[in-house]
Ligand binder design. Structure first.
Ligand SMILES: [Ca+2]
Length: 377
């Protein structure tokens, strides 16, 4: 598929006259000013079609997803391969091929984990499929869908869909409310939850509701609207961000068994202007660590840990889909302290810290993967 599409490594990485896709804005390189000094932003790959996520392999290659279903393998400075036999996905509104996780044992297992929308009857749901990267690095094999949410919702909204490997090797999967608010409080459904499963899709015996009647045993936390960013901090603690409605985008520190309140409490309002639920707080429901009003449409999230930009260490970075910037958050309590913005930061869908100690991010607006490094480094 997509054999006619032209993917390009940026000239900053590859001195070759590679053609660029004309329909997409092109920002191959720029300098942006930040509180930590001038940063060089360089495109590593351009010509991407609605990219959603990426991850680093131990050999320095990058695996990258596009929402319509393509999985790309990028060798910086050398080339881009569209992998054969990608997971079967159901492109449905915001759904399609979504996150990719490179587990810590990849060098031995060559296994990748994907989240995606899966056809379920007349609707669709968030699913997790694992597959093995072939030895020659050209295709995926041995696909196995290890989990899918209890069916099924119509409408192409709020799939959530970040995947994080916990320190103990289990997987956290975020799932949105699928556009149906009240499902986030209904624990007989997976909607609006952070789930925890094993790499074979089983329920860990220490999940909070593993033996509670009428509750989906994969649920780790609930009352979430649409978590599209998730990451571990340096201590191994899980954090997520989630989309509110009009206002009330949240950053949450995720605790086992906790209820994060949607749609009973929120700092936003419905798009109609109507108040949401019962207000902003209620006993038994967690408060966000911080929130955005107006909404920024937060997406990919990363912690900067142990890198060369000393003042960033421990900080959280979140991409904004709506206002085209990268948010930097620091302090206790955690707050947004800086908006990093340039022509390259249009609709930032994913952000990760690379093995080189730099921040890498995906811009949907530019159809590009970028690397941000300190000028002169
Ligand atoms: Ca909440």
């Amino acid at each position: 598929m997509k054999t006619t599409r032209r993917l390009s490594l940026s000239l900053s990485f590859l001195l070759a006259l590679a053609p660029l896709t004309p329909a997409i804005a092109q920002v191959s390189s720029e300098t942006v000013q930040t509180d930590a000094g001038s940063m060089q932003v360089s495109a590593v790959v351009t010509g991407l079609d609605t990219p959603w996520a990426f991850g680093f392999l131990p050999d320095g290659k990058i695996v990258l997803t596009e929402r319509e279903g393509a999985v790309l393998l990028v060798t910086p400075g050398e080339g881009v391969v569209t992998l054969g036999n990608p997971p079967e996905v159901f492109p449905d509104g915001q759904g399609g091929l979504l996150d990719v996780l490179v587990p810590r044992d990849f060098a031995q297992s060559r296994t990748l984990f994907f989240t995606h929308a899966k056809r379920q009857g007349r609707g669709s749901g968030t699913a997790v499929t694992k597959a093995v990267l072939s030895a020659d690095g050209t295709s995926l094999t041995n696909h196995q869908t290890i989990f899918e949410i209890a069916p099924g919702s119509s409408g192409g909204r709020h799939f959530g869909s970040r995947l994080v490997e916990a320190p103990d090797g289990t997987l956290f999967v975020t799932v949105g409310d699928r556009g149906s608010d009240d499902t986030a409080q209904d624990r007989s459904l997976h909607n609006g939850s952070v789930l925890r499963i094993t790499k074979t899709g089983d329920v860990p015996s220490d999940n909070p509701f593993a033996s509670t009647d009428g509750v989906q045993p994969e649920i780790w936390s609930y009352g979430h609207r649409n978590p599209q960013g998730a990451a571990l901090d340096a201590s191994g603690q899980l954090w997520i961000n989630e989309h509110g409605a009009r206002g009330g985008d949240e950053v949450n520190r995720v605790e086992k068994g906790a209820n994060y309140g949607w749609p009973v409490i929120s700092y936003g309002r419905h798009y109609s202007g109507r108040a949401i639920g019962e207000g902003t707080s209620k006993p038994g429901m967690e408060q966000p660590v911080t929130y955005w009003d107006p909404s920024i449409a937060p997406s990919g999230m990363a912690f900067y840990t142990g890198g060369p930009i000393g003042s960033w260490n421990g900080d959280m970075f979140v991409g904004s889909l709506k206002f085209d910037y990268i948010s930097r958050l620091e302090g206790s309590p955690l707050r947004e302290v800086e908006q990093i913005k340039g022509d390259s930061t249009q609709r930032v869908r994913d952000i990760r810290m690379g093995p080189d100690g730099n921040l890498w991010f995906l811009s949907v607006g530019n159809g590009a993967l970028y690397r941000m490094s300190a000028v002169g480094s």
